[in-house]
Design a protein. Structure first.
Length: 138
């Protein structure tokens, strides 16, 4: 069995942002040489997310508005922010949107359903963060 690891470094311009990382994951898969197996893509920070959905800008805006309603930004809203942080909302947003995505690899390709792509969701941006791509298989 082969194993391949690659890291993406993200640094968004905005505090909240959704970035399509599908091409980067496909490039890592190509480098791995794996034809049958699994690909894990994991946000390595507790204020960011990785998820699979449609690459449609209106939907991405809807996600950001939705999580903002569920966990609105505000220094005075969260006990976590009493530690000197201002990102209590980002921790909750990450929990809502998810930590990772796992995709099957079939015949050397990511085995997606229709319209599926991989996204990085940032909820406390403007600083460097890591995303793990871990590929295992034959």
């Amino acid at each position: 069995m082969k194993s391949y690891t690659e890291y993406l470094w993200m640094n968004t311009e905005n505090r909240y942002e959704i970035v399509n990382i599908t091409l980067e994951v496909k490039n890592a898969l190509r480098k791995s040489g794996v034809k049958e197996g699994l690909c894990l893509v994991n946000a390595m920070h507790i204020t960011s997310s990785v998820f699979i959905n449609d690459n449609e800008s209106g939907l991405h805006e809807d996600f950001l508005k939705w999580v903002e309603k569920l966990a609105p930004y505000g220094i005075d809203k969260y006990k976590h922010n009493l530690t000197g942080e201002d990102n209590g909302d980002a921790h909750l947003k990450r929990t809502i949107m998810g930590r990772e995505a796992v995709v099957a690899i079939t015949k050397g390709e990511l085995d997606f359903g229709p319209w599926e792509q991989i996204f990085y969701g940032e909820f406390d941006g403007r600083r460097k963060k890591r995303v793990l791509i871990k590929i295992i298989g034959e």
